[in-house]
Design a protein around this ligand. Structure first.
Ligand code: HEM
Length: 117
């Protein structure tokens, strides 16, 4: 069984992603980055990327991660905050600890494509 299946598939992942962005958007450091972004689209695309990372369907129609973040001045601090919100959202959903760790690690493998030098 994949991690995607273990946590309950698309509905479970979607709920966690929604909770995650709710947390990101009330974080005063992170909210400004998303001003002017099409949030339903960002939530949907992040859902697809994380689903794929968890062994779910292959993500289609998602922007290249480097392109999506280029020129946004994303700092290490912003990245750490995003990582914390994601872990908290997964823990709140009572996902198994090893799945939380694996998923966070998979998402953070994109860090060099996101953080501005
Ligand atoms: C390293 C982990 C991250 C991953 C895997 C990730 C992934 C994504 C994905 C899949 C999208 C949607 C791209 C699309 O439209 O197809 C997106 C958009 C976006 N991300 Fe990230 N992201 C990460 C970290 C961050 C961080 C730390 C920030 C800043 C706080 C950030 C800010 C944004 C913004 C502002 C958009 C919207 C761009 C737009 O309006 O088109 N991301 N991200």
């Amino acid at each position: 069984m994949t991690d995607y299946e273990t946590v309950g598939g698309s509905e479970a992942v979607r709920e966690v992603i929604d909770d995650f962005y709710d947390r990101v958007l009330v974080d005063e450091v992170l909210a400004p980055y998303f001003r002017g972004s099409d949030m339903p689209r960002v939530r949907r695309h992040q859902f697809l990327v994380i689903s794929e990372a968890m062994g779910g369907p292959i993500a289609e129609g998602v922007m290249d991660i480097t392109e999506a973040h280029k020129g946004r001045g994303i700092t290490e601090d912003a990245l750490s905050r995003v990582a914390i919100h994601l872990v908290v959202a997964m823990n709140d959903a009572h996902w198994p600890e090893e799945i939380v760790q694996r998923t966070a690690q998979a998402v953070m493998s994109y860090r060099h494509q996101v953080v501005e030098k």
